[in-house]
Design a protein around this ligand. Structure first.
Ligand code: AHR
Length: 652
């Protein structure tokens, strides 16, 4: 009777949330099941949402060399000054096929024109900006160029003067300090004398770039990537690899060498979504393949370039290269390997050396096509794989299994690529949170001896509010739950990356995204912190974590995975509670747990509808936790709607 009453009371307390019977969770830190790839958690970079030009590539001038379809897009003849001249667009030989000729007619007030930047230029008080321009004069001997940083009210907040002389192309530079902070500024150029002036490659960069490299990358954005400690970086996409048609595909050779030798082209996201049209979206390729490799090296990530395999985006034109004409595409792939890691005396290795990196870059992965499908892909993949593996057997190839992680397209390619002995299959899932909760056990029964899995693009999409899918804590929590399944199956899933990575708040095409930025600031989403809590707590080996001999994959709304880190001597437990109430857990740890050492960790928890904004950038951020160790039996109250990482010092 007393026993019955106790059980009834416990059940009552459990249901009213006052006291609950703890979940008894067994963790065996002594038996390492498999190694975790150092490349496990990485990043997916695509120039979508103005991620490159207008984003991580710190150039502030839009259309610096007049190569947009409308050559003066982004440029404006200054309204306040007299229209004392015209701008002619001149054609010239070479990759940079245009320059502008200013025909200035009135000597008294000169001629001025301005650039609006990428939805405004962001200036910071006290910060310096490096201006440069290529110019030559025609019949004029000299002219003064005044360069002004303007705030959003067109007030000058920084100024420099340059004397332009001579009839040969020359690069002129000036450093300009801003006296104010303004997110919507612009750049004004004023030429003082009448006559003809040719101008090109008009550029403005903050001097404060990542690693202070002139003409480099935005420090804040690269820092956010570096803080993820990513195991790899996939680039340049995404559909951008494929292009809307083949002429629009990404061609790495057009993105290397001197800036003016790169061949700018329209960005495929310029016209993709009618409701988010971006007529000013082009690729200058200032962030080209050399810069991608350098970025990978800087942030300690293995580069994973994805190349076009003779197929344009199948959602668009689906244009195909005939198999007999595939050789130049394959040669591009072979040459890229030489560019990345060939001898500095080789043809492509010497270009890398000339660009500043005589030592080889790391390169062990390469992707053949992006979201391709059908027998046309199999045919092309086979030719690519044979040629690449023959010359570079050490390169592991990533192959597409279509744009979806199930359905006809997937079911066609999946078994066939397995039969072909493909190295790594690239699975994509953009789906609602329910998919991610459900899919926490997706890989439990995958073939252990077949190709490895790259969860190459995923994001939990909640229904749109005011036109965009928000990165709420609920979406992020569902990814955290799903990722316990990736980690629990890290013998099969060797790489994973959220997508897309970056989005300009005033110029995005696709939501949700991992990091939002504007011309001045950047904010990580809740999803970013989930990624970070995994990637910075990767561990070296997977170990079992079970309740009643079963993985925690959604029963009672709990999800968990565990790894040990042999270097830091820690058992790392990740646990997600998707209930609106706390759940007590009793971890029963097998292994030598220090009873004295402190257990450190992090917890992300919040109202499920909350998301980070520029106004409240830290609405959802991890809290640090420190718990006294109790030895092998560790009680933990898993908070409502939470994702926790616990790092338990161990001796085995
Ligand atoms: O991440 C955005 C897009 O989603 C990628 O370009 C493409 O691969 C996928 O369809």
């Amino acid at each position: 009777m007393k026993r019955l009453l106790t059980v009834l009371l416990a059940s009552f307390l459990y249901y009213v949330g006052i006291a609950q019977t703890p979940h008894l969770v067994q963790v065996d830190a002594t038996a390492k099941s498999f190694d975790i790839s150092p490349n496990m958690w990485g990043i997916f970079f695509e120039d979508i949402n103005f991620a490159a030009d207008g984003g991580i590539y710190a150039e502030m001038v839009k259309n610096r060399s007049f190569q947009f379809n409308e050559p003066l897009m982004g440029w404006d003849i200054d309204e306040k000054n007299n229209r004392n001249g015209i701008i002619l667009i001149m054609n010239q030989a070479g990759a940079n096929s245009r320059y502008a000729q200013l025909r200035i007619s009135n000597d008294s007030s000169g001629f001025a024109f301005s650039n609006e930047g990428f939805r405004g230029m962001g200036f910071k008080e006290g910060q310096s900006y490096q201006f440069s321009i290529d110019a030559r004069l025609k019949e004029l001997k000299a002219t003064d160029l005044t360069v002004c940083l303007l705030d959003s009210n067109k007030k000058t907040i920084g100024k420099a003067s340059i004397k332009i002389e001579g009839n040969q192309w020359k690069t002129y530079t000036a450093t300009i300090k801003s006296s104010a902070t303004n997110p919507k500024g612009s750049l004004l150029l004023h030429f003082s004398k009448a006559g003809n002036v040719d101008v090109d490659m008009i550029s403005l960069f903050p001097t404060d770039t990542w690693k202070n490299r002139p003409g480099g990358l935005r420090r804040d954005l690269v820092q956010l990537l570096a803080n993820l400690k990513p195991g790899f970086i996939r680039f340049p996409g995404g559909c951008i690899v494929e292009g809307r048609d083949l002429s629009n595909r990404y061609q790495w050779k057009q993105t290397v060498g001197a800036l003016r030798d790169r061949v700018p082209q329209i960005n495929r996201w310029n016209t993709e979504f009618k409701y988010r049209d971006a007529p000013d979206y082009f690729q200058s390729y200032g962030l080209g393949f050399y810069e991608y490799f350098l970025l990978a090296e800087d942030i300690g990530a293995s580069p994973l370039p994805i190349l076009n395999c003779g197929m344009a985006c199948q959602f668009n034109t689906a244009e195909l290269v005939q198999i007999d004409d595939l050789q130049p595409y394959i040669q591009d792939a072979l040459d890229l390997i030489e560019f990345a890691k060939g001898d500095a005396k080789s043809k492509w290795g010497s270009l890398r050396a000339q660009m500043g990196h005589p030592a080889p870059f790391e390169l062990k992965f390469m992707g053949v096509g992006n979201e391709q499908w059908g027998e046309q892909y199999l045919e092309r993949y086979t030719v690519f794989a044979d040629a690449i593996h023959k010359k570079y057997p050490e390169i592991q190839l990533v192959s597409s299994v279509g744009p979806f992680s199930g359905g006809d397209l997937f079911n066609y390619l999946n078994p066939r690529l397995r039969k072909l002995g493909a190295d790594i299959l690239d699975e994509h899932y953009y789906a609602p949170p329910s998919f991610f909760f459900r899919s926490a056990s997706r890989y439990d029964n995958y073939d252990r001896n077949g190709p490895k899995i790259f969860a190459g693009e995923y994001a939990s999409h909640i229904p749109n509010t005011d036109g965009m899918a928000r990165s709420t804590w609920f979406a992020a929590m569902s990814e955290a739950a799903f990722m316990t399944g990736l980690e629990r199956n890290a013998d099969v899933v060797r790489m994973a990356s959220y997508a897309p990575l970056l989005a300009h708040a005033d110029a995005w095409q696709w939501s949700p995204d991992l990091i939002w930025f504007n011309s001045l600031w950047s904010i990580p989403t809740a999803n970013y912190f989930v990624q970070q809590m995994y990637s910075t707590n990767r561990g070296t080996h997977g170990v079992k974590i079970l309740e009643n001999n079963q993985p925690l994959a959604g029963k009672d709304s709990l999800y968990a995975s565990a790894v040990v880190d042999t270097a830091s001597k820690e058992l790392i437990i990740k646990i997600v509670n998707t209930l609106p109430k706390a759940q007590p857990i009793q971890f029963m740890i097998k292994g030598t747990v220090s009873a004295k050492a402190l257990i450190k960790g992090q917890v992300l928890k919040n109202n499920i509808d909350l998301y980070n904004t520029f106004a409240k950038p830290t609405a959802v951020t991890p809290e640090q936790i420190i718990i006294n160790s109790k030895g092998n039996s560790l009680p933990y109250e898993c908070p409502p709607y939470s994702f926790t990482v616990l790092k338990i010092p161990i001796d085995n």
